[in-house]
Design a binder for this molecule. Structure first.
Ligand code: PMP
Length: 393
C-alpha cells in the first residue's frame, strides 16, 4: 500500500507546537537601527547583534554600492577558482592586522568558518572538548569532523582538566572549543586558563569571537585582546555579521594554519567567495572600528547604565552574569518567556524570548547597542517594571 513518506513532518511540527518551541520569522522594514519597524509597529530594538550600529551606516552602504559597481553582485565561483578578488585579500589583511595574527581567511559566514575549520583540524583519531553552552556552529563542526566529543560543564576549568588528564593520551590530536562571549548568556570564557590548559596538554584551542569582535578589548579586537592574550598561539574564529554590520566569517591565526585551511577546509573550498558588497562593507566597518573608538565607549556606557537602572528599579530581576552587550533574565517556563516577549513587544520593546532547544532554560535576551539613547534604555526598564517584574520575582 503506498504511504506518504512526508507525513512525519506534520507530526513533528505538531510536537514542536505542543512544546511551545515553534518559531517563525518576523519582518523588519527599512534600515536596521536602535529603533526599527516591525510589522508596522515602531519598536526599540534590543534583538540585534549590530552592537555598534554599523549595519545601516551610510559609509558601509556606500562601500557596498561602489564594490557592486566595480566588481558586480556575485563572486561567481569558489575562491580557488574564479571567486577571488583583491578586496578579499584586503579584508583578510585588515582582520589579521586587527587581531595581530600572521594571517586570516574570510568565509561566507561565521557558521561556515566554524564548520570548515573544525572539520579540517581534527578527525576520527582525535578528541574535541567543547563547552556545553557553545554555539551550534561549534557543536555541528565537532560532529562533522568525526572526532570523539566530550562536553565539559560551562566554563568549568577543573572539570576540563580532569577530562584532559583522563582522556588526552588516548587520542592523536586534541582541540578545545569555546565561545569567547557566550551568545545566549553574555558571559565570557576563562580564556587565560583555557590557554594554559591547552599548553599543558598539547591541545589546540579554538575561540569563537563572534560576539566579541568590535566590542571587547582596547581596540575592539575581541576577548583575546580583553584578556591580554594577543600573540598567544590559538585559533580565532569570528563573524563579519554582528558588530561589523556585514555578512561573512573569518579565521585568524598563524600563516601555516591559514595556508592549511585554504587547502583543507571544505566549507571554504567548495563554496562561492563572499560577495563584493559584503566584503567591502566589512572592510569599511573594520576601518570605522579602528578610527571611532567612541562607538565602543558609548556601547559600554549604555551597558553599564542599563545594568545600573535594572539594579535600582528591578531588584528582583536577576540578570545572568554578563560581561558583554548581551543581558538575559530567566523565566520560570517557556510559556512565561513567550508571554513576557509578547508583553514587551506590545509595549514597543523588541527583546525576544529564547527557548529550548537553543538554551536549556527559557529567557528574555536583551542586546544593547551603541546607538541606543538613554531614553531607549529607560523605556525598557519602565516597561519591564510594569509588565514583567512580578513574573520573575
Ligand atoms: N558563532 C556564534 C557564537 C554566533 O552567535 C554566531 C551567529 N549567531 C555564529 C558563530 C555564526 O555566525 P554567522 O551569523 O556569521 O554565520
Amino acid at each position: 500500500m503506498p504511504t506518504d513518506p512526508y507525513t512525519w513532518l506534520e507530526e513533528s511540527l505538531a510536537t514542536i507546537h505542543r512544546a511551545d518551541w515553534y518559531r517563525s520569522v518576523q519582518t523588519i522594514h527599512g534600515l536596521p537601527g536602535a529603533t526599527v519597524v516591525l510589522s508596522e509597529q515602531q519598536v526599540i530594538n534590543f534583538a540585534s547583534n549590530d552592537y555598534l550600529g554599523l549595519a545601516g551606516d551610510e559609509r558601509l552602504i556606500a562601500a557596498a554600492i561602489t564594490a557592486i559597481k566595480e566588481f558586480g553582485t556575485g563572486s561567481t565561483g569558489s575562491r580557488l577558482l574564479s571567486g577571488h578578488r583583491e578586496l578579499h585579500r584586503e579584508l583578510e589583511e585588515a582582520i589579521a592586522s586587527t587581531k595581530q595574527t600572521e594571517d586570516s581567511l574570510v568565509f561566507s559566514s561565521g557558521y561556515l568558518a566554524n564548520l570548515g575549520t573544525i572539520a579540517a583540524l581534527v578527525g576520527k583519531r582525535d578528541l574535541i572538548l567543547s563547552d556545553q553552552y557553545n554555539h551550534s556552529s561549534l557543536k555541528n563542526g565537532a560532529i562533522l569532523s568525526g572526532a570523539a566529543i566530550l562536553e565539559y560543564p560551562h566554563c568549568d576549568i577543573a572539570e576540563l582538566k580532569t577530562q584532559l588528564s583522563q582522556q588526552r593520551q588516548n587520542y592523536r590530536r586534541c582541540l578545545i572549543l569555546t565561545d569567547s562571549v557566550f551568545s545566549m548568556d553574555g558571559d565570557l570564557c576563562p580564556l587565560p586558563e583555557l590557554l594554559d590548559l591547552a599548553d599543558a596538554f598539547n591541545c589546540m584551542l579554538l575561540v569563537d569571537e563572534a560576539h566579541a569582535t568590535g566590542v571587547l578589548g582596547k581596540t575592539g579586537a575581541g576577548c583575546v585582546e580583553h584578556f591580554g592574550c594577543t600573540g598567544r598561539q590559538l585559533i580565532q574564529i569570528g563573524t563579519l555579521s554582528k558588530a561589523l554590520g556585514s555578512l561573512g566569517g573569518y579565521v585568524a591565526g598563524s600563516s601555516t594554519l591559514i595556508d592549511f585551511l585554504r587547502n583543507r577546509a571544505p566549507s571554504w573550498i567548495y563554496t562561492t567567495g563572499l560577495s563584493p558588497a559584503d566584503t567591502a562593507a566589512a572592510l569599511a566597518a573594520i576601518k570605522i572600528v579602528q578610527q571611532e573608538p567612541q562607538r565602543r565607549v558609548q556601547l559600554w556606557r549604555n551597558i553599564d547604565y542599563l545594568k545600573k537602572l535594572i539594579q535600582q528599579h528591578l531588584p528582583n530581576l536577576k540578570l545572568l552574569p554578563s560581561e558583554s552587550p548581551i543581558l538575559c533574565f530567566q523565566l520560570h517556563s517557556t510559556t512565561d518567556a513567550l508571554k513576557a516577549g509578547k508583553q514587551l513587544r506590545d509595549a514597543g520593546i523588541f527583546a525576544p524570548a529564547i527557548r529550548p532547544p537553543t538554551v536549556p532554560t527559557s529567557r528574555i535576551r536583551i542586546s544593547v547597542m551603541a546607538t541606543h539613547q538613554t531614553a531607549h534604555l529607560e523605556k525598557l526598564v519602565a516597561v519591564l517594571n510594569s509588565n514583567i517584574a512580578t513574573t520573575v520575582s
